[in-house]
Structure formats: structure tokens, C-alpha cells
Design a protein around this ligand. Structure first.
Ligand code: SF4
Length: 369
């Protein structure tokens, strides 16, 4: 079956879901309401990874909505995406990087997504005319790279992906182009059943501009025969695949699980790039965020279990002011360092906040005087 038909065959209603997993009538009503605001989509492949017998199954938590999603504490824009949007579908926060929102669709609507405000919903924030975006990038010589994200760019038809590449690879001052996609993890059939996609990526990457893939494995059980093959197909044509994990309560919030994941990634040639502190997103914060104190302990213990090559990833908070590396705890202080900064004067700045055991985000911490 072609990938688009396979994707159409995904679970996309609460009734469909209830055919596979037990959902009682009361929860069904709540979930139906939740799915109007954050739609449901789970490929049959990803569904097959869920252990139906385990109520606490981490794979299930990533894919299946819970009634906890009714809690609306938090924000739908936790890192200042609105103020950094310079054109429809184009964000320019860090001077070297342009971020293109290529689509509002994904192969799976991950329950922890920080773009819940748009995935599977309206297309207002999605790029329409790529040439207008390219003209902006062309004028801004300080931009060295582009991240094509969404939604998930790999659910776009090949012709649209090619259109992006055709226009962007002509921009002389770009060093490289990245795709942010969870398709290798949630729907590897997109890559495995479409040789033409690989041919397109190979031809632009080898002849025009180097392409990189950034994906998101959150648990070692996502490293399967199929996801390995999908990564290998990309690697076979010279595309480096790196990974960003999100630290998530009930999914990977212990050092053994996190270390096993990072080791598994290195074993298949995927580069551990970032581990992100989960953002305070509405419908996410309450059940997925891990307090910073506990998060630092988990990351310290994870580091202690890994060799130097595997622990190259940075533990990061993506904040409106920049990408802030969470260095750890020293006495009664959290230590942070700007890895990327919206205000270039902040680059490299190290700063502290008073330790408390419950806060999970920078803005909730007290300045230590
Ligand atoms: S694939 Fe990415 S953008 Fe889409 S729902 Fe998952 S985390 Fe969000």
C-alpha cells in the first residue's frame, strides 16, 4: 500500500481508538471534546508498539489522549514563536537560523506536542508561498541555515518537498538545510515505501546543499526494525540523522530509561543532539512536565551511565529569551547557560536561580540574591 493510503488508515477518532484499547463511556465523551482542540492521529504501525495490557505503557502515553489534557494551565506559545514570526510560516528568532512551518499536519499528533495550537488544526501559521520566504532569507545574509518543520514536513507530497528544496538550495549564503520530522519514529513506512523521496533528498543533498534530519525518539521501544531501516535509508544516502528527546513524566523520566534510549540511538548511528525540558504547554504541562530539581538529578544520573560519545547531547530549555542549557545544581542554585540567545548579548551567559523542588520552568524560579 502507498504511504498516503497507509496514513489515511490511521486511527483518527475516539471510536476507532476504542476498538483497539479499552475506553469507558465517560472518558470517551471527554476525549472527544479534547480531540476537537488537539486532534487524534496514530498510525497503525505506531499503535502496534503499544502494550495494551500495561496501563502505564510509555508508548501509549505519547500517542493516546488522556482526560488529563482537559487541564488548561500553561500557554500555547511557550518560546515566543508569535513575536518571532516575520512572515506567515517563517520565524526568525536566532540570527543564523530561519524556521519554516511547512505544514500543520503530522503522521501522529503527539500528546506532548508544543505546537498543539496548530497541529491538525488551522493553516494560518503555515507557509503558503515559499518564494516570499526565500526572498526574505536571501536578503538576510546572517542566516546560515534553515529548519523546515511544522507539523511534519515529511507528510507533504514529494512535489512540495522538492519545491522547498529547489528554492532554498539556490540561496548562496545558506550552509545547510534541516528537516525536523518524527516520521522515522511514528510512521517509518513514509520513508520505506517511497524510494522517490529518498532520491529527491539524495540529489539535493549531494549536488546542492547538505541536508540533515532532526528526529525525535523519546523511548528505546521506538527503536524498532522499521524505524532503524528508515534511519538507515537516510544515512545510506549520506544524510546525518540526529535526535531531540523530550523529557516526559511517565515516559522517560528515569535515568535507566533515558540512558538506554541514548545508547540505542548511538548504536543505530543517530546522533544524540538535545534533551529538552518539557515546556509548560496547555494540556501538556500538568501531566508531562518533570520539576527541574528532579530533571537535573535524572540527567546527572543518565550522564554517569554513558560514555563520552553518547552523552554529547545538551539538556536544554527552549525559552522566549533563547535556548538555555541546564547545567545542573550547585549547592542551592540551579546553573544555566545561554546556548542560543534572542539577544546576542546573552550568548554564553551563565546565570543562576534559587533551587526549589517543585518548579519546572525558568519563569517560576526565584532569583538568588
Ligand atoms: S510530530 Fe512533532 S509537530 Fe507533530 S505532533 Fe508530534 S511533536 Fe508535534
Amino acid at each position: 500500500m502507498s504511504w498516503d493510503l497507509l496514513l489515511e488508515d490511521s486511527i483518527s477518532t475516539v471510536e476507532d481508538l476504542a476498538d483497539y484499547l479499552h475506553v469507558n463511556d465517560k472518558d470517551k465523551a471527554v476525549l472527544k471534546e479534547i480531540c476537537q482542540d488537539h486532534p487524534l492521529r496514530i498510525s497503525k504501525y505506531y499503535l502496534s508498539l503499544i502494550d495494551k495490557e500495561d496501563a502505564e505503557d510509555p508508548i501509549k502515553k505519547l500517542a493516546v489522549p488522556l482526560t488529563h489534557e482537559s487541564y488548561l494551565e500553561g500557554s500555547y506559545d511557550t518560546s515566543g514563536e508569535k513575536v518571532n514570526t516575520v512572515l506567515p510560516g517563517l520565524q526568525h528568532k536566532y540570527k543564523e537560523t530561519a524556521v519554516i512551518l511547512s505544514t500543520n499536519e503530522c503522521a501522529m499528533y503527539c500528546r506532548h506536542c508544543f505546537r498543539k495550537r496548530l497541529v491538525g488544526l488551522n493553516t494560518d501559521e503555515v507557509v503558503q508561498d515559499i518564494q516570499i520566504v526565500a526572498d526574505y532569507i536571501e536578503k538576510h545574509k546572517e542566516i546560515s541555515n534553515v529548519l523546515i518543520t511544522g507539523g511534519d514536513p515529511f507528510v507533504l507530497p514529494n512535489g512540495r518537498i522538492q519545491e522547498f528544496l529547489e528554492v532554498l538550495t539556490e540561496i548562496e549564503h545558506l550552509d545547510f538545510i534541516r528537516f525536523g520530522t518524527r516520521v522515522p519514529v511514528t510512521f517509518p513506512q513514509r520513508i520505506l515505501s517511497d524510494e522517490n523521496l529518498i532520491e529527491i533528498l539524495e540529489s539535493y543533498s549531494k549536488k546542492k546543499k547538505h541536508l540533515y534530519i532532526v528526529t525525535q525518539f523519546n523511548h528505546s521501544r521506538e527503536i524498532t526494525k522499521e524505524s532503524i531501516e528508515a534511519c538507515n535509508r537516510l544515512q545510506d544516502v549520506g544524510i546525518l540523522v540526529s535526535n531531540q528527546t523530550v523529557l516526559l513524566r511517565g515516559v522517560n523520566d528515569d535515568s535507566e530509561t533515558m540512558a538506554q534510549l541514548q545508547r540505542g540511538l548511538v548504536r543505530i548511528g543517530v546522533v544524540p543532539y538535545y534533551v529538552f525540558q518539557c515546556r509548560p504547554v496547555k494540556r501538556v504541562k500538568r501531566h508531562f512536565q518533570v520539576p527541574l530539581y528532579e530533571a537535573c538529578k535524572i540527567m546527572e544520573e543518565t550522564h554517569a551511565k554513558l560514555d563520552g560519545h553518547t552523552k554529547r547531547f545538551r539538556f536544554i530549555m527552549s525559552h522566549p529569551t533563547g535556548k538555555i542549557e541546564i547545567l545542573g545544581i550547585d549547592g542551592n542554585q540551579f546553573l544555566f547557560k545561554y546556548h542560543q540567545a534572542k539577544d546576542s548579548r546573552d550568548y554564553g551567559k551563565i546565570f543562576t536561580r534559587k533551587v526549589d523542588k517543585t518548579s519546572a520552568w525558568l519563569d517560576d524560579l526565584e532569583i538568588d540574591t
